[in-house]
Design a protein around this ligand. Structure first.
Ligand code: FAD
Length: 541
């Protein structure tokens, strides 16, 4: 005790000096943040208590005359997110909830009006729950989706999601994409550590191979720079910024032509409808209590022009005769109404070039054919993987070691992402019409296999819905369909012609699935644990 009282005056002096320094720093920090940020950036920020303050990194920001925000010591922003679409908005909320200081720059903060991302698979809904975002499908007139109905040559079969072991709330959801996005943006911007700003990012700022931040143009035309230790690019399928962060190999196998049908009821309520049409599939699903979305797939990149009526003519003469009778009149009315929208269907395997200071997410990073509605599920699943990886890190200030550590992200995401991606690409090919006899057999075999019920329907539907995204199960079911097709050809009496078609069916099935698996990466997809990055530990801080 006496010894404690007789403390060395030097120690006491140091203690008080540190205390004084700490108070001064805190005051300065607040002043800088308030002046610099609030003055130069239009902020959408509301009150919310930040429970994870310990994770918010040191923030000393100097605002210069050139409208530049440069971290002095550490950074005032932990993460810059480019784009507040499905991925960006969900990510902003997720990282902010973890205590990160997030600056989101979105080109257009008004409600998007698009024909994309309108059906969230139940697997995606489960991810929304994991992220605490499930309320974003409430109050937007979203519809529950319980499975799919397939139509081929006047026959139909119903495939129900295997939801038995989940809470009754778990199901797919279909909605207006813009309403869903606005709900997520709103929810993210309510967190005090999210700064959601309207602006267009024009480039990534690179210094010695490390991304330091972004250059962007604000709504009122000001050119600004923002800096953070980590920039996550979520600028969607038309990404301009992905080039430096990956080797994009984009394919556009087809386009979707979108219509909204009104005053009609789907033959199978609360189900997505897939017509195995000619030349390719046609989709219908409810997107509100009064509207049904129709997406007509048109192979290739060249569409009949809308302006001169060729598209309307195509829809009426080629597509309408294949539409189920219950929807026919509403389909014709929708064409006559003229609100025809189109979108290219892009596919791009993930091919990252790990770069310190930056990461790609969402469609900017990886795309698949939208036939199976898997894009949002993959994006949300990736966000869960990234959140869990970043969780143990107090700060993100060592870009090189962070980049090395985050290489594990590319492997950890694979089982879910590659299953959904591969299924989308393979099903699109199988479901499309072909003059080739072997492909015709494969398409029919697929329809009949799914109609068998039991594991033959629940297995593939569990894959498609993201409820059981296992690559091995995908391959087994895919070749299950092929073997089923061959068996039908050979029974009861195989003829040389039928044997030949059967052999070509197997070849054709392999020709469909193996290139997709190769692009996804065989080892990452089936043996992720053999990739060293899979086991990478967080950097020591
Ligand atoms: C026709 C079609 C139908 C689809 N249907 C489904 C479906 O039913 N279910 C499903 O799960 N998936 C579907 N998808 C895929 C799904 O839409 C995407 O996977 C999902 O939207 C990806 O989210 P994202 O955030 O990466 O991109 P987006 O949601 O497109 O968001 C990108 C955001 O970045 C912003 N942005 C772009 N450039 C900049 C910039 N330079 N600076 C600042 N901001 C920028 C944009 O304004 C936008 O808000 C479909 C895709 C297509 C093409």
């Amino acid at each position: 005790m006496v010894a404690m009282m007789a403390v060395d005056p030097y120690v006491l002096w140091t203690f008080f000096a540190s205390l004084l320094g700490f108070v001064a720093l805190s005051v300065l920090r607040r002043r800088n943040y308030g002046n610099g940020m609030a003055k130069d950036r239009s902020k959408v920020q509301k009150n919310n208590n930040n429970t994870n303050k310990s994770l918010v990194s040191e923030q000393c920001v100097k605002s210069s005359d050139e409208g530049e925000f440069r971290p002095v010591n550490g950074s005032g922003t932990d993460v810059i997110i480019v784009g507040a679409g499905v991925a960006g908005a969900a990510l902003a909320h997720t990282l902010a909830k973890e205590g990160r200081r997030v600056h989101v720059i979105e080109r257009d903060l008004t409600e998007p009006d698009r024909i994309v991302g309108e059906l969230l698979q139940p697997g995606g809904y489960l991810k929304l729950i994991e992220l605490g975002l499930e309320d974003c499908v409430e109050e937007i007139d979203a519809q529950r989706v319980l499975g799919y109905a397939l139509f081929k040559d006047g026959k139909s079969t119903r495939l129900t999601y295997p939801l038995e072991q989940f809470h009754s709330d778990v199901a797919g959801r279909s909605f207006h994409n813009g309403r869903f996005i606005q709900r997520m943006r709103e929810k993210a911007s309510k967190l005090t550590n999210v700064q959601l700003e309207q602006g267009t990012v024009t480039s990534l700022l690179e210094e010695n191979g490390t991304i330091k931040g972004v250059q962007y143009k604000t709504k009122d035309g000001q050119e600004l720079k923002a800096y953070a230790p980590l920039t996550i690019v979520c600028d969607g399928c038309f990404s301009n910024l992905r080039r430096t962060l990956c080797k994009p190999q984009v394919e556009v196998p087809s386009c979707f032509v979108g219509l909204i049908l009104e005053n009609c009821e789907l033959p199978f309520a609360n189900h997505g409808h897939v017509i195995l049409g000619d030349p390719s599939p046609i989709l219908f699903y409810q997107i509100s209590s009064t509207e049904v979305r129709c997406l007509v797939d048109v192979p290739g990149q060249k569409l009949p022009p809308i302006a001169n009526g060729e598209m309307a003519n195509y829809l009426k003469t080629v597509v309408a005769p294949q539409v189920p009778p219950e929807l026919h009149d509403a389909f014709i009315s929708a064409v006559d109404k003229g609100n025809i929208r189109t979108m290219p269907n892009r596919s791009m395997p993930a091919n990252p070039q790990p770069t310190p200071g930056a990461l790609l997410m969402g469609d900017a990073f990886n795309m698949r054919h939208p036939l199976t509605g898997g894009g949002m599920t993959v994006a949300l699943s990736d966000i869960v993987v990234l959140r869990d990886l970043l969780k143990p890190l107090r700060n993100l200030h060592d870009p090189a070691s962070l980049c090395k550590y985050l290489e594990s992200f590319y492997t950890l995401r694979k089982p879910v992402a590659s299953t959904i991606n591969t299924l989308a690409g393979a099903l699109y090919k199988v479901f499309s019409a072909s003059p080739d006899e072997a492909r015709k057999e494969m398409r029919q075999a697929c329809f009949d296999y799914l109609s068998l019920g039991g594991t033959c329907s629940t297995g593939p539907v569990a894959l498609l819905s993201g409820l059981n995204p296992h690559p091995l199960s995908l391959v087994l079911h895919f070749f299950g369909v092929a073997v089923y097709g061959v068996g039908r050809l050979l029974l009861p009496f195989p003829s040389p012609k039928r044997i030949w078609i059967g052999a070509r069916l197997i070849l054709s099935a392999s020709g469909i699935i193996f290139p997709i698996i190769k692009a996804e990466g065989v080892r990452q997809m089936f043996f992720p644990a053999t990739i060293p990055a899979y086991h990478r530990a967080p950097p020591v801080e």
